[in-house]
Design a binder for this molecule. Structure first.
Ligand SMILES: Nc1ncnc2c1ncn2[C@@H]1O[C@H](COP(=O)(O)OP(=O)(O)OP(=O)(O)O)[C@@H](O)[C@H]1O
Ligand SMILES: [Mg+2]
Length: 429
């Protein structure tokens, strides 16, 4: 029997397997410098020319190179949402979101099987990660999301499928390095969700299969890096495309905001490429005094550059983790506009636009501690993982919430997948 731990993330996915008698994260794809990486960005590109589907960095590359096709990112955000049962059209075919996620998970499985070698045979058993809540408010949609992910895993050939909360998996990963008993708070802030677990860890406990009593609280909220991208885009970029522009005859009325929220939301961008939306926008043109920003928007949508803009906003956000000011080169995507200033963004601006989201994240963290019946001073260690924990604002918030605890910064991307493999080995072998 071959087992794996599979972390299907909103932004990045990983898969852990047992090879040559040791656990290992599968090298999934080479990056631009030909270095193998254990992450596969959770992106698909349906190319219209050759009808091929590409995944990960390769999907992003083909899209950015201007090939005609459809890019999809953040598919996990759709799970747990009201859109989940819908289909989406690519060329003339309609695909369900389960089918699309199935293509992606199948590609992960194939890469892992290739890594194990043909002689090892297929991987038939998986522990899949899941956020504490796929949906914060609707338990029905939450369990439906898990059921759909289960169906997807079965459909790509996993005979044994089970789930583990992502922060619990991260706890098992961290526990491998623990030398004495400690009470830990695990903080996993990724692209889609912020998840928390409070757990008693020790080398002895690590060997046990039944750990229910060690987990004192699990909690989470559906906010993550893709929400931060949206906030930054709306507050710092969208005015270049007409957001907030007053209508000429009724200056108290402004350009409708929903176009901009969709353009700033990864999984909704493609909706704006629809001819009917372009028509609506063109009809608004005469009602605007300043038409330039809307012309930019029309140019951007006609050339299907929405995801490219969102990628540039995300890159700016990430850069602001290490610098205090950066620019988004709008001229790169709007070549015919010579009046364009590049869009400058400061860390302060980013942090102001994230303040409400951060408040909700840290309130969920406080609730986790309260649910466990603890005071912050009783937590020995805070272990952080997930790409968004690289943000200085998040790191400062964790420090402020837990002033006395030891902070351990884990691997940003691999902790969950590695912990899911630990769990898979216990459950299936
Ligand atoms: N240096 C950085 N500064 C700020 N954000 C970052 C940085 N590096 C990565 N991120 C953000 O981290 C997120 C991806 O993190 P990760 O891969 O842990 O998420 P995920 O596991 O795919 O999502 P989830 O677990 O929520 O489903 C993205 O939103 C990305 O922009
Ligand atoms: Mg994650």
């Amino acid at each position: 029997m071959n087992v794996c731990g599979l972390d299907f993330g909103t932004s990045n996915s990983t898969i852990g397997v047992y090879k040559d008698n040791k656990p290992s994260m599968v090298p999934l794809e080479q990056d631009d410098r030909q270095q193998w990486q254990s992450t596969l960005p959770s992106a698909l590109f349906f190319a219209f020319e050759d009808d091929q589907i590409s995944f990960g960095r390769s999907a992003m590359r083909r899209y950015t190179a201007g090939e005609s096709g459809r890019l999809m990112r953040s598919m996990k955000n759709i799970m747990g949402s009201a859109f989940m049962g819908e289909t989406t059209q690519v060329k003339r075919r309609h695909y369900s979101f389960e089918e699309i996620i199935g293509f992606f998970i199948q590609s992960l499985k194939q890469r892992a099987e290739h890594y194990l070698g043909e002689a090892a045979g297929a991987i038939d058993s998986v522990v899949l990660g899941r956020p504490v809540f796929f949906n914060d408010d609707n338990p029905g949609l939450d369990s439906e999301a898990e059921q759909r992910l289960l169906n997807v895993a079965r459909s790509v050939g996993f005979a044994n499928v089970s789930f583990q909360y992502e922060p619990i998996a991260a706890a098992f990963d961290y526990e491998q390095k623990v030398t004495q008993e400690e009470l830990a708070l695990i903080v996993d802030i990724g692209g889609g969700t912020s998840d928390f677990t409070i757990v008693r860890l020790s080398p002895e406990r690590h060997r046990l299969t039944e750990r229910r009593e060690d987990f004192l609280a699990n909690h989470g909220v559906h906010i993550g890096g893709t929400d931060f991208d949206r906030r930054l885009s709306v507050s710092g970029v969208m005015h270049h495309f007409g957001m907030g522009e007053p209508l000429a005859h009724r200056p108290t009325l402004k350009m409708p905001g929903h176009y901009y929220f969709d353009l700033a939301t990864w999984h909704k961008i493609h909706l704006l490429y629809d001819q009917s939306v372009l028509r609506e926008l063109r009809e608004l043109r005469p009602t605007l005094q300043n038409k330039r920003p809307l012309d930019r928007l029309l140019d951007l949508l006609t050339h299907r550059q929405g995801h490219r803009l969102a990628s540039m906003v995300e890159a700016a956000k990430m850069e602001l983790s290490s610098t205090t000011e950066t620019t988004i080169a709008l001229s790169m995507i709007l070549e015919s506009f010579d009046d364009l200033e590049n869009c400058s963004i400061t860390r302060l601006q980013l942090e102001q636009s994230l303040s409400a989201d951060c408040e909700r994240i840290f309130s969920a963290l406080d609730q986790t501690v309260a649910q466990a019946g603890l005071k912050p001073g009783q937590i020995d260690t805070v272990f952080t993982t997930g790409g968004s924990t690289a943000l200085p604002l998040i790191r400062q918030g964790v420090r402020a919430a837990m002033p006395e605890a030891k902070l351990v910064a884990g691997d940003l991307y691999n902790s969950v997948g590695s912990g899911l493999l630990t769990e898979a080995l216990k459950r299936y072998q």
